[in-house]
Design a protein. Structure first.
Length: 104
């Protein structure tokens, strides 16, 4: 067995995932070319990012409990005040770590 074989499989998997991602994005743009942008569709598209955030954050909060709630609130406050996603994520992770450290 060649020691580089697992590396080749990893690279192949990454390339396959990249191709799938590009195809999904291009496919979405292609499909939306056939959808008339009525006011209802426009409202749906405007609400979509918020619903995606909720779909990602809510299971994390349910799984991790009060620590996650405090971290998400901290990240949301930083995002509202600074409009910087990296800073908001850093604040959320830091607050979660501090709350867990304080609970020990």
């Amino acid at each position: 067995m060649n020691s580089l074989e697992p590396l080749g499989l990893g690279v192949l998997a990454i390339v396959a995932m990249a191709i799938a991602t590009v195809l999904m994005r291009v496919g979405g743009f292609w499909l939306m070319a056939y959808v008339p942008l009525t006011p209802r569709v426009r409202r749906m598209l405007e609400a979509l990012p918020g619903s995606i955030v909720v779909a990602i954050v809510l299971p994390v909060i349910v799984k991790n409990g009060p620590v996650a709630v405090v971290a998400v609130v901290a990240a949301a406050i930083v995002m509202i005040l600074r409009r910087n996603q990296v800073l908001a994520v850093a604040a959320g992770v830091t607050v979660a770590a501090l709350v867990r450290y304080a609970a020990v």
